[in-house]
Design a protein around this ligand. Structure first.
Ligand code: ACO
Length: 343
């Protein structure tokens, strides 16, 4: 059975920087830089311009990952795209990514499967686990895994929505999971979920149990009330569960691998809130040089946080071949996951 390793990484964030002061000055949100930094660590985030969507952000990140892996687009056997902000209700953005990458063009068109993953902040780890299994089973040699989000279009950028809208940003991160006979790659992964908390952090937009699913007027024009339209979150409950589940799932992969904290060279955590990651680092006893964060610059990009962090860490030289890497994420669902990778 081959091993599955990450052969290339890439990331893309839109060029428009939105600072905490911009939230107040441009969007009229009653907030301050100090409030946001003190509670979340976020200093700025990126917002995509109107007309740019999740498949497009995913395309730019994927092109980098493909190049870094030294493969051709045609070598991709499968696409897995994680997002809570897909371009449309359906179809998923994965098929659009395949088309954007040119996989459906010309005589040599290669109509690879495209799987969309709906596991929010844990979406990348759910996708990585799936890709690893696909590669180890021998089904595919190279799987493109992407986390991509265009949050800015669906944030309540007003004082009413400030608790949620101050947290999120747009961006995409990608990697290629490839087969190898070398003794390296994804060693363990673990995933979990607890649907009792499905409504603790959610953005409903519609309720399919209603007829019609979005109430409309006589002309069929849908009306979505603010409580359905925008994400809602019980922040403290999320915080409490995040630190418990991320710690638990890390311990799980540690024990599966027979390793301890000090065996890990680099920790790549989901970027939901700097305070969550600092709390985890204190609890587990992770020295600052082994933990990288970039939430200060990008906010929470949900499924894209870990692959962006991974690509940045590789480019800055913090993530090097031979390192043992631990990943953990937690998010809406609740869902969570962890992984150990020998880079
Ligand atoms: N600027 C200024 N004031 C604000 C803002 C803001 N951006 N947001 C909320 N407030 C106000 C509230 O309106 C409230 O005012 P009130 O007392 O007059 O009613 C006050 O600040 C306190 O609000 P809380 O929601 O209780 O603030 P809390 O201290 O819990 O901090 C936060 C909110 C930062 C979201 C915190 O709960 C948290 O970090 N939770 C973790 C959740 C998280 O990180 N989610 C990310 C997405 S999920 C994921 O990726 C795992």
């Amino acid at each position: 059975m081959p091993n599955a390793y990450i052969s290339g990484t890439g990331f893309y964030v839109p060029p428009r920087v939105v600072t905490n002061d911009d939230l107040r000055e441009q969007y009229g949100i009653d907030t301050t830089h100090e409030w946001i930094v003190e509670r979340t660590g976020i200093e700025e985030r990126r917002f995509a311009d109107e007309g740019v969507g999740t498949a497009e952000l995913a395309q730019y990140a994927s092109e980098q990952a493909i190049e870094a892996a030294g493969i051709a687009k045609d070598d991709i056997g499968m696409i897995i795209l994680a997002s809570l902000s897909p371009d449309y209700c359906f179809p998923g953005s994965g098929v659009m990514l395949g088309q954007r990458l040119g996989l459906c063009d010309g005589d040599g068109a290669k109509f690879v499967p495209a799987l969309d993953v709906r596991n929010q902040c844990s979406g990348f780890l759910y996708s990585l686990g799936t890709a690893t299994s696909m590669v180890k089973s021998g089904q595919y040699k190279h799987v493109l895994v992407v986390g991509s989000e265009t949050h800015s279009a669906a944030l309540d950028l007003s004082t009413r929505g400030r608790t949620v809208s101050a947290l999120f940003g747009d961006g995409a991160g990608a990697c290629i999971v490839s087969a190898t006979d070398e003794d390296r790659g994804v060693r363990s992964w673990y995933l979990g979920s607890d649907g009792r908390y499905a409504e603790t952090l959610c953005q409903k937009v519609w309720d399919i149990k209603q007829r019609p699913f979005i109430p409309g007027d006589a002309d069929g024009v849908g009306q979505v009330q603010p409580e359905m339209m925008w994400a809602k979150m019980e922040g403290r409950k999320v915080f409490k569960n995040a630190v418990i589940r991320m710690t638990e799932s890390l311990m799980r992969v540690f024990s599966e691998q027979g390793i301890v904290r000090d065996d890990v060279d680099l920790f790549l955590f989901h970027q939901a809130n700097l305070r969550i990651n600092q709390y985890l680092a204190d609890q587990i006893g992770i020295p600052p040089e082994k933990l990288v964060n970039n939430i200060m610059r990008y906010g929470n990009t949900t499924a894209a946080t870990i692959p962006i962090l991974m690509a940045e860490a590789e480019r800055s030289g913090k993530l090097k071949p031979g390192m043992k890497v631990a990943m953990a994420a937690f998010g809406s669902g609740f869902t969570w996951g962890s992984a150990i990778i020998d880079w």
